[in-house]
Ligand binder design. Sequence first.
Ligand code: HEC
Length: 107
Amino acid sequence: MIKVCGQASIFIALAAVCATAGFAQASGAEPAPAAAAAGSQDDAAKQSFEVVCSGCHELSQATSQHKDLAGWTDTVERMVGYGAPVTAEDQEKIVNYLAATYPATAP
Ligand code: HEC
């Protein structure tokens, strides 16, 4: 059995997907859907958050909070002031991730 693109049990469905993907690549279309790219970027932000923000206290210190973008920006800036080891680029990603995942609750 040749494994072309995953499990044999759903081979027929996958074959259709693979054929479509192959066609898209052959015709020079963008192979990676935007949603998948955004998802992996989110994963990277989550990972940075989990590594950086568990250094001094439980992650729940952050995940129990709900703030808007300005609130998370202030908080993360304060954490950087305490010595949180985060690059400017990661800082922005973490702030965006937190604002999207733990947004301020409606009043
Ligand atoms: C260098 C140590 C350190 C690191 C790393 C750190 N924190 Fe903190 N954090 C603290 C200290 C100390 C406090 C308690 C004092 C305070 O609230 O300002 C705190 C409190 C908090 C609070 C509760 C207070 C508030 O403003 O809501 C949140 C939320 C928080 N941290 C989020 C984070 C996030 C998100 C990260 C990752 C970017 C992070 N922390 C990384 C030291 C750190």
